[in-house]
Design a protein around this ligand. Structure first.
Ligand code: K1U
Ligand code: ZN
Length: 176
């Protein structure tokens, strides 16, 4: 298994809508294993293929405490959404930033597993939120897209500052 590099905002590849998976083979199984490895190491509770630069409708999720409830979402479709909740979210592609956004409280999902078998689930709580977050990634959306202009401008400044500091630190240690 391989740990993959997670792309960070504003990488333009995070804005692409991923293509459906058509071939269910051993290579797909290896990609799923790599995504889980990368997600657990991050650590995170979900990871979409687009976050590691892969152009396919595939995401992995494990919201359990013991990290033993793996879920694979391939070509996922939302069949229904219901209610509203305020969800505190972070994103492995926007490290260090957390905010509260509005999500559907419950969702009904149809997807395929790693063997191509279709399945449906109904989810609420953190699983429902995580499903919506990962499906947004597969459609080129990020949770920060739901923030107000003011909050997004603040986030931009915060990220620019962090980038400047990292660059200054790198050039200072290179000069030493
Ligand atoms: O897709 C991603 O960027 C992963 C993201 C998923 C997510 C987080 C919060 C709400 C909805 C979806 C993360 O996993 S961020 C890290 C995180 O939330 C976490 C990390 C360790 C333990 C528990 C949570
Ligand atoms: Zn994310």
């Amino acid at each position: 298994m391989t740990q993959l590099k997670i792309l960070h905002f504003p990488d333009p590849r995070l804005r692409e809508r991923a293509r459906p998976v058509e071939v269910f083979d051993a290579a797909l199984e290896r990609t799923v294993a790599d995504l889980f490895e990368t997600m657990y190491a991050a650590p995170g509770i979900g990871l979409a293929a687009t976050q590691v630069g892969l152009d396919c409708q595939l995401a992995v999720i494990d919201v359990s405490e013991q990290k033993n409830e793996r879920r694979v979402l391939i070509n996922p479709e939302l069949l229904a959404r219901d209610g509203q909740c305020d969800s505190e979210e972070g994103c492995l592609s926007v490290p260090g930033y957390y905010d509260t956004i509005r999500r559907a409280e419950r969702v009904q999902l149809r997807a395929r597993d790693v063997h191509g078998e279709p399945y449906e689930i109904e989810a609420d709580g953190l699983l429902a939120v995580c499903i919506q977050h990962e499906m947004d990634h597969l459609n080129g959306h990020l949770f920060i897209d739901y923030l107000s202009d003011l909050k997004r401008r603040r986030l931009r400044r915060q990220l620019d500052k962090a980038r400047r500091e990292a660059r200054d630190e790198a050039s200072a240690s290179g000069a030493a």
